[in-house]
Design a protein around this ligand. Structure first.
Ligand code: HEM
Ligand SMILES: *[C@@H]1O[C@H](CO)[C@@H](O)[C@H](O)[C@H]1NC(C)=O
Ligand SMILES: *[C@@H]1O[C@H](CO)[C@@H](O)[C@H](O)[C@H]1NC(C)=O
Ligand SMILES: *[C@@H]1O[C@H](CO)[C@@H](O)[C@H](O)[C@H]1NC(C)=O
Ligand SMILES: *[C@@H]1O[C@H](CO)[C@@H](O)[C@H](O)[C@H]1NC(C)=O
Length: 475
């Protein structure tokens, strides 16, 4: 047979296949909506709306036009958008739904990162990461975090009159991750790391066109450099572990390296460790920094909230002798402050939403979602639902007084189900310790009062939230 007959035959088979598939599917309806242009689809519209902070309005308009379930095309894939409590429960827990990130995320972080794994692989790698991030383990690190935050304030806040909160909080959370999770202390290596890392995250959510002038291409290049540095760091940690006998709980990397199965084989391959360190770096840095930044903004904007947080934190400060580090027990007394953080995340969820994919043809809400399609969720659409959160545009930390009163899958800033964020406790510790020192040592005023922010894709307040600060006399 010649090439061309093979080709014709293939084409014919393909046509028959599609006709069959189409016949089967036409009995069920696809959700309304248009798929737009292939590849680019509505991604550019969504990214633009995010930058202008009108992404919710954009989604709300879809809902008005097409109803609660609609199809569109995002980042090169046909996608169905759903929202609300039932939708969240379905996509976070259904066994017919698998995980899938946009293609750019997979290529930048590496294909063995937790977000790409499923089934037993996901369970194994997740429990390895959780063995370090669980409260029983993290509680020993409150003091270490306290020291790192103290260093940061001394270097970047004390003696200053004006600071930009967001960039500083990004520096701080990155440093916390480096020191606690990677065991990488201050120095030239760390500075180089930060630089590549910044370049890398710029193209995290981008259209995967790999041409020399695209954001995506620049991110891939930076990702290769970061992966190289992480690999070198892991090899150093391995040497320390094997030759110097460092404690396996020293940092996340050492912990992952020392985990063994029954047959004494390593639980995670080196590739898996690299890709998951990449993930933790991104997941833990661009999220808590935003929570702390919006927390600072709310304290400046709302005197009721400020007074209550200050009172709670001063009470704790008074119970300590000068220079004494905060402990796990101190954090458990910061109940009101954490409610403020939760309410901040309800109104300003750092993660806009995410993607899953269907593992087979699924019937949902009377529509067909074909196998292999993306399913897209957006946190704010649930957080602003009046049937769940009364007066959703009002800032009311009291909603979280009785956490059991909030139905499941309604507060989804950390996601839900078996893939709920394992960094919750880490984020709670860094947020509370930082807020403790900020309110007890400084007072501040916003420099610009327009309360505007854009999403890129994480929320960024105008100019990174510049504030005027004044040092308080130490108690
Ligand atoms: C306030 C801070 C944080 C927020 C709002 C947040 C939010 C989220 C969300 C929404 C997801 C789920 C994504 C999905 O289901 O598609 C997630 C997953 C994840 N987060 Fe966080 N996160 C935060 C902090 C952290 C920190 C500090 C770390 C690490 C130290 C971390 C590590 C991870 C990891 C590894 C996953 C993947 C889990 C899996 O797929 O099983 N996060 N996070
Ligand atoms: C960036 O684009 C150039 C030109 O298409 C290509 O040769 C290069 O491999 C790309 N970089 C990465 C990291 O993919
Ligand atoms: C708080 O924000 C609201 C809405 O943006 C604004 O009207 C108000 O003036 C702000 N209050 C303070 C004390 O900054
Ligand atoms: C959430 O949605 C509301 C209203 O739809 C909007 O005003 C607010 O800016 C959104 N918040 C974020 C963080 O996107
Ligand atoms: C400030 O917070 C209080 C307490 O949650 C709330 O009742 C009030 O509406 C808030 N004020 C503004 C301007 O957001």
């Amino acid at each position: 047979m010649t090439m061309s007959t093979i080709f014709t035959l293939l084409l014919f088979l393909l046509c028959v296949f599609f006709l069959l598939v189409k016949r089967r599917r036409s009995s069920q309806r696809l959700p309304p909506g248009s798929l737009g242009f292939p590849l680019i689809g509505q991604s550019l519209c969504l990214l633009r709306a995010m930058r202008a902070n009108t992404a919710e309005r954009w989604l709300e308009e879809r809902v008005r036009k097409y109803g609660p379930i609609s199809k569109l095309s995002l980042f090169g894939k046909p996608t169905v958008f759903i929202y609300g409590q039932a939708a969240n429960k379905f996509l976070f827990t259904s066994s017919t739904i698998g995980n899938q990130q946009v293609h750019s995320v997979k290529m930048i972080l590496g294909e063995r990162n937790l977000l790409e794994l499923s089934g037993e692989d996901h369970k194994r790698v997740r429990s390895a990461i959780v063995s370090f991030l669980k409260p029983e383990c993290l509680k020993q690190y409150v003091g270490k975090m306290d020291e790192e935050i103290g260093k940061h304030l001394q270097m970047h806040w004390e003696g200053k009159q004006e600071v930009k909160v967001l960039p500083l909080m990004k520096t701080l959370t990155f440093n916390l991750i480096c020191s606690l999770l990677f065991g990488l202390e201050h120095g030239a290596r760390r500075d180089q790391f930060v630089e590549y890392f910044q370049e890398m995250i710029e193209g995290m959510w981008s259209i995967p066109v790999n041409l020399p002038f695209t954001r995506y291409n620049r991110s891939l290049q930076a990702s290769a450099k970061v992966q190289k540095m992480v690999t070198a760091l892991i090899r150093d940690k391995r040497v320390e572990l094997e030759q110097k006998g460092t404690s396996s709980n020293q940092d996340l990397i050492t912990c992952l390296l020392s985990l063994r199965k029954e047959d004494n084989k390593e639980v995670m391959s080196e590739n898996e460790i690299v890709h998951n360190i990449m993930l933790v770096m991104v997941a833990g840095h661009d999220t808590s920094s935003i929570v702390i930044t919006f927390f600072v903004q709310i304290l400046a904007n709302n005197s009721t909230v400020y007074a209550a947080v200050l009172q709670e934190q001063e009470e704790i400060a008074k119970s300590k002798s000068p220079g004494e580090l905060l402990t796990w027990e101190d954090l458990s007394k910061m109940k009101y402050s954490w409610r403020v953080a939760m309410e901040t995340m309800r109104m300003f969820p750092p993660i806009f939403g995410g993607f899953r994919k269907t593992l087979k043809d699924i019937e949902y809400g009377g529509y067909l979602i074909p196998k292999g399609w993306q399913v897209f969720w957006a946190a704010n659409m649930t957080h602003m639902d009046t049937s769940i959160f009364q007066e959703p545009t009002k800032f009311k930390p009291a909603r979280f007084e009785n956490q059991a009163s909030i139905p499941p899958y309604c507060f989804v800033a950390f996601g839900g189900g078996p893939r709920i964020c394992p960094g919750y406790e880490f984020a709670r510790i860094e947020t509370l310790v930082t807020i403790h020192y900020l309110v007890t040592r400084f007072s501040w005023k916003l420099c610009c009062n327009d309360n505007f922010f854009s999403r890129d894709p994480t929320p960024v307040p105008t100019q990174g939230l510049p504030i005027k600060i004044m040092s308080k006399k130490l108690l």
